[in-house]
Design a protein around this ligand. Structure first.
Ligand code: GDP
Ligand code: MG
Length: 162
């Protein structure tokens, strides 16, 4: 069983964009892995040391509790099988109440969390990311998933965690 990275975060932060970037190789799509639920999209991430699986939680249907309930449910379901969590936030939008709620859930869990600040292309990234430190989840890794910027550094961050 390969280690599993779960991509969590409120809608529109760029989870699927990062998923697509991480799994862009031809053999990336994972048809079936025992023990994993099938209502989420899995892909294989090629890494120097050890491949891993990444799961995009965005495909889960809205359960009717609105965006907050939806975000919370994504976190809960993906976390059950995750070895590492990539918690994505939007550097352009800044820190939101939904981010804070997800952060609250993540802080209570005994799984490593990497805070990922996406969409730093064309903005002052350090300034845009300053508020994210309030969540007490460590230093955000700054990326632009649509350009692949920072993704190498992001994967390097999990070497010590897997
Ligand atoms: P998800 O809902 O979290 O899966 O978010 P998506 O991956 O669907 O992305 C939401 C929107 O953000 C799309 O319009 C993407 O093109 C855009 N987006 C994603 N990554 C980046 C980025 O690095 N920079 C910019 N400027 N836009 C991005
Ligand atoms: Mg998505």
């Amino acid at each position: 069983m390969l280690p599993v990275i779960a991509l969590v975060g409120r809608p529109n932060v760029g989870k699927s964009t990062l998923f697509n970037y991480l799994t862009r190789s031809r053999e990336a799509l994972v048809a079936d892995y025992p023990g994993l639920t099938r209502d989420r999209q899995y892909g294989r991430v090629k890494r120097g040391k050890r491949d891993c699986l990444v799961v995009d939680t965005g495909g889960i249907a809205d359960d009717g509790n609105g965006i907050e309930g939806f975000a919370r449910k994504q976190v809960e379901t993906a976390l059950q099988e995750a070895d590492v969590v990539f918690f994505m936030v939007d550097a352009r939008a800044g820190l939101s109440a939904s981010d804070q709620e997800i952060a609250d859930t993540l802080r209570k869990l005994d799984k490593p969390v990497v805070l990922v600040a996406n969409k730093i292309d064309g903005i002052n990234a350090d300034l845009a990311c300053a508020d994210f430190y309030d969540m007490a989840l460590g230093e955000p890794v700054q990326i632009a998933a649509s350009h692949g910027r920072g993704v190498k550094e992001l994967l390097a961050r999990i070497d010590a965690l897997l």
